[in-house]
Design a protein around this ligand. Sequence first.
Ligand SMILES: Nc1ncnc2c1ncn2[C@@H]1O[C@H](COP(=O)(O)OP(=O)(O)OP(=O)(O)O)[C@@H](O)[C@H]1O
Ligand SMILES: [Mg+2]
Length: 254
Amino acid sequence: MTTQFAVRKVSKHFSKDGEDLVALREVDLDVEEGSFVVLLGRSGCGKSTLLNLLAGLTTATSGAITYQGEKITDVRTQVGYLTQQDTLMPWRDVQRNVEMPRELRGERREVRRAAAGQLIERVGLSGFEKSYPRELSGGMRRRASLARMLSGDPETLLLDEPFSALDAQLRTELQAELLRLWAGSGRTVVFVTHDIEEALLLADRVVVLGPLGRIVLDQEIDLPRPRDPDDMRVAPHFVALHRQLSAALKEGAL
Ligand SMILES: Nc1ncnc2c1ncn2[C@@H]1O[C@H](COP(=O)(O)OP(=O)(O)OP(=O)(O)O)[C@@H](O)[C@H]1O
Ligand SMILES: [Mg+2]
């Protein structure tokens, strides 16, 4: 198994009003190729900062991060990133937002249009192809962003709380869609959430982060797949893992 991301003693400082603010302190993390890793942590513990570093959007203050053995210096097209904030282009409709990664690659219009159409359907936005981001609800924008990321066919997916703005049913549907897309594909997923149940439904491995990105728990999730949310909730092993993650989140807050 090869290592997709290797994070070594990574710290990230920001300067705020002339003061030094530490967001991450000496974080070490390896993400294996093909794995589904969930980063679980409370608000402000540095999850988005860590994803920004993995995506190559920002650089570490100290320490080193590699992707497939190479130092990350810039954004890579093989790594798709669904950021926590909306980054849809307001002047493009849904169709043209979703086509964008393929357009940048120089793909022919008919080909990229067909691919985008399929993705729009998969995220449940058929009929909204011609709508602009401002005409969509928060959850719809989120789904359009997801489709746009998938449209680039990335080998690695970084997702920052992708489903938190969705109603429970849509959330379940898109979780299942993401798992279908990942299973057997060899793709690597790093997924951020604060939701323990979501973490247990999706992950091979859950990494619980405390303040400054300190790793409080690194737990393999050996629940059998496919995982049905209703069955899973009553399984003793699920209940035990839930308790363990919940305790780690509380411990991390200390
Ligand atoms: N650009 C920035 N400038 C200054 N401080 C920042 C910046 N980005 C993040 N921080 C700080 O770094 C810390 C970690 O922020 P981060 O966004 O990584 O947290 P998070 O775990 O993603 O939280 P949430 O769950 O609320 O999204 C916070 O204290 C935040 O204020
Ligand atoms: Mg965040």
